[in-house]
Design a protein around this ligand. Structure first.
Ligand code: G1P
Length: 284
């Protein structure tokens, strides 16, 4: 999980707080993503951080002082919740000296990942799916034994926000990727299928990334590394048609909060009631 970026779309908040720690309904955005990984059967997680991101490390580590305070006060439910977070998965941290792009963040995990396929979760892409999107993608990986990336159709004017692929359909939702390009202008996009923030990658991506020159924005782009890998092995795309939120920007986070909030087992009913009244009274 790369979490080393500046979070520029969430400035000024991200001047002091990592965007991955912003609350989505009742817990930090990154916890939702860690839970998606765990629900998909992934138990070893590497989070790539950079300076100014130590709140993420603190969050997933045990805090013995806090635990003993809660114990003394008899706050047993809270105590269990706080302990549960630290026990969610086996989480390791890698620090990037400077954020130099998604490809660079992935490359920083090379030694820890080793010679095995692995998954990438971009923490600000939030998917509302059952089974979880990564679980669906693992099924495609099992069938095709090649890298799998999440895809979704986007409007023509949005191509500059995403990696865009040239697809060849294999089955209803699965495509073989023929080419891909990072954040093209609409007239240069090879199709309307965009890359979203879930990937299953073969370890050969590391060698490809190590020779990938800086691309869009002067950063080492994962999309460019994948385009190199394409010359050597097949890469598949899985077109996801469920709900997706770009929670890395204020409007996306608000939308995701409403959607998860109204279904939350503890506060959902009250929140729904509040929204109903709010719109009735404001005439909206
Ligand atoms: C990254 C990837 C891009 C992908 C996007 C999905 O871009 O580089 O290919 O389409 O995530 O959210 P970023 O959002 O980091 O600019």
């Amino acid at each position: 999980m790369p979490a080393g970026g500046w979070g520029t779309r969430f400035l000024p908040t991200t001047k002091a707080i990592p965007k991955e720690m912003l609350p989505l309904a009742d817990k930090p955005m990154i916890q939702h993503v860690v839970e998606e990984a765990v629900a998909s059967g992934i138990k070893q997680i590497i989070i790539v951080t950079s300076s100014g991101k130590s709140a993420i490390e603190d969050y997933f580590e045990r805090n013995v002082e806090l635990e003993s305070m809660l114990q003394q006060k008899g706050e047993i439910e809270l105590l269990e919740e706080v302990r549960r977070i630290a026990a969610l998965a086996n989480i390791r941290f890698v620090r990037q000296a400077e954020p130099r792009g998604l490809g660079h963040a992935i490359l920083a995990t090379r030694e820890l990942v080793g010679d095995e396929p692995f998954a990438v979760f971009l923490p600000d892409d939030i998917f509302d799916a059952e089974p979880p999107l990564m679980k669906q993608m693992l099924e495609v990986y099992r069938q095709h034994q090649g890298s799998v990336i999440a895809l979704r159709r986007v409007a023509k004017e949005d191509t500059r926000r995403y990696g865009m692929v040239k697809p060849q359909q294999v089955s209803e939702r699965v495509y073989r990727i023929l080419d891909m390009v990072e954040k093209p202008a609409p007239e240069e996009a090879p199709s309307d299928l965009a890359i979203l923030g879930r990937y299953i990658l073969t370890p050969e991506i590391f060698a490809a990334l190590s020779v990938t020159p800086p691309g869009t924005g002067g950063e080492i782009q994962l999309t460019d590394g994948l385009a190199l890998l394409l010359k050597q092995q097949a890469i598949y795309g899985y077109a996801f048609d469920g709900t997706y939120y770009d929670a890395g920007k204020p409007l996306g986070l608000l939308k995701a909060s409403v959607s998860l909030g109204i279904r939350h087992p503890g506060i959902g009913a009250d929140f729904r009631e509040y929204l109903k009244k709010f719109f009735e009274e404001s005439g909206g």
